[in-house]
Design a binder for this molecule. Structure first.
Ligand code: GDP
Length: 365
């Protein structure tokens, strides 16, 4: 819940003075409205300031606000984002993907702790459109992130609850800005290795890391080609014990495969490295790859260009989403849609013509 703003107290005191004011200046109703809006504004201000000061409890509340689907909250969320945006942008945003069981959570624990030992602040977010509130399939249980979860330098937030991928991803992207404003230097965005959500995560991170494991002879099995093509780094996890020789062979196969993929727009040549999240080995090398990548893209201008491109992409995506909402919620459209559907089904009118007619109706209302 939002903190009880101090202004509420002063307003309550002030209200007794206001009662003496001539009735014809402001009706009681108007005064109530003014009080309510000032109180809300003060609350969002306070929340934003606390986030910027690095208060992680406030950060959690702020993310809850942007995730809220209550109509009244969206204005406050917009206000909050406007406030924190100038303080965001200064982190390295890393997307982390891999098939279930590849070791994403274990890796995040190991890599996160590696960064924290250097005094870095690490935030972990997730995009999992399949998860339901309270029983998310990723990050729902933090048992593999024990040390990270108890570290003061870490912030872990499960995926926003189930919903369309676009909405889940949009909220996670906004959560990135909030985390950055709170001073987090590394933002790790975990996602399930199934395809579409990778594309969404790719559109909000600077660096894309794929966790792979050595399989029984077919190293590339289970990793969709499209996901591999996005990777800036493939980490062959579980390179420990008896598995080490297979992991080494897998790394070579993957490195070879990476050469056959089209060149990345960043000009970066993707790498494959060995790691054991369980033994916490390979973490330094992974950090080094991320640092070299960051330096590479900052030097050639891709870093800034990519973020601009992402903003443009999200603007278009959000416009489409909002238009969609407006369209399907318009009463006239809702009424007409039932009839139009029947006409389309009975082939009295083509889909294109029907759609155009509905859009025409929408635009005239
Ligand atoms: P996720 O589904 O991708 O998040 O995978 P988890 O992190 O939950 O790990 C799945 C299983 O693999 C767990 O039993 C982990 O203990 C194990 N695991 C993860 N990383 C390693 C590793 O580096 N070496 C070994 N031997 N096992 C690992």
């Amino acid at each position: 819940m939002l903190p009880i703003p101090r202004i509420l107290v002063s307003l309550t005191k002030a209200s007794s003075n206001m009662a003496k004011a001539p009735q014809n200046i402001h009706s009681k109703e108007v005064i109530e409205k003014i009080k309510a809006s000032r109180a809300v504004r003060e609350t969002v201000d306070q929340l934003g300031k606390s986030v910027i000061q690095g208060d992680t409890n406030a950060l959690a509340r702020a993310i809850t606000l942007i995730e809220s689907s209550h109509e009244g909250d969206s204005k406050q969320a917009e206000e909050l984002l406007r406030m924190v945006l100038p303080f965001s942008g200064k982190s390295v945003r890393v997307g982390i993907s891999g098939v279930p069981g590849a070791g994403k959570s274990t890796f995040i624990e190991a890599f996160g702790m590696h960064l924290i030992r250097q005094g870095k602040k690490v935030a972990v977010l997730a995009v999992d459109p399949s998860s339901e509130a309270g029983k998310g399939s990723i990050l729902g249980d933090k048992t593999r992130m024990n040390s990270l979860a108890s570290s003061e330098l870490a912030f872990i937030r499960p995926s926003p609850s189930s919903g369309a991928l676009g909405g889940v991803a949009r909220k996670t992207r906004e959560a990135i800005f909030l985390c950055e404003a709170a001073g987090f230097e590394y933002i790790l965005v975990e996602t399930v290795g199934v395809g579409q959500s990778e594309t969404a995560v790719h559109s909000m991170v600077d660096f894309f890391l794929l966790i792979a494991i050595a399989g029984a002879g077919d190293e590339l099995q289970g990793i969709k080609r499209g996901i591999m093509e996005m990777a800036d780094l493939v980490v062959v996890n579980k390179s420990d014990g008896d598995n080490l020789p297979r992991a080494k062979a897998a790394r070579q196969d993957i490195q070879r495969a990476l050469h056959f993929f089209p060149e990345l727009p960043s000009g970066w040549i993707p790498e494959a490295v060995l790691a054991s999240s369980l033994e916490s080995s390979g973490m330094e090398e992974i950090q080094d790859v991320i640092s070299r990548f960051t330096q590479h893209v900052q030097t050639n201008g891709y870093f800034a260009e990519h973020r601009k491109e992402q903003s443009r992409w999200w603007l278009k995506e959000t416009i489409q989403h909002l238009l969609n909402e407006l369209f399907f919620n318009q009463e006239e459209v809702k009424d007409k849609l039932v009839l139009t559907e029947q006409q389309v089904i009975s082939q009295q009118v083509s889909v294109t013509e029907a759609a155009r007619q509905l859009i025409q109706l929408f635009r005239t209302k």
